[in-house]
Design a protein around this ligand. Structure first.
Ligand SMILES: [Zn+2]
Ligand SMILES: [Zn+2]
Length: 102
């Protein structure tokens, strides 16, 4: 194991738009609240940061579920797909834009 551990909830620079992503009020944020792109860092458990892919994950679709809106991300490197819950401080203009694509 690498000695450097990555804390789950901290600011990080977005790999897509380069803006500093602030700490989420709830749970661990793993996507950029400005452009909604994410990083492929988690393995099977959300927040475990066990994946070494580190690819950029593109938001390609929004799905509505009983829990609210989910952002569907697709890794630009390994093509794996993941779903993430939206946060209240996400860029809702962007989310709405994505819901209209489908
Ligand atoms: Zn971004
Ligand atoms: Zn990946």
């Amino acid at each position: 194991m690498c000695a450097k551990t990555i804390k789950r909830n901290e600011t990080f620079p977005c790999g897509n738009c380069q803006q500093q992503v602030p700490i989420s009020q709830r749970s661990c944020r793993n996507h950029c609240c400005y452009c909604l792109w994410s990083l492929h860092v988690d393995g099977n458990v959300p927040g475990d940061r066990s994946c070494e892919c580190q690819g950029l994950m593109e938001p390609y679709k929004i799905e509505s579920s009983s829990k609210g809106y989910m952002i569907c991300h697709r890794c630009t490197k390994c093509r794996q797909m993941k779903k993430n819950r939206t946060a209240p401080d996400d860029n809702w203009d962007k989310i709405i834009e994505l819901t209209q694509l489908t």
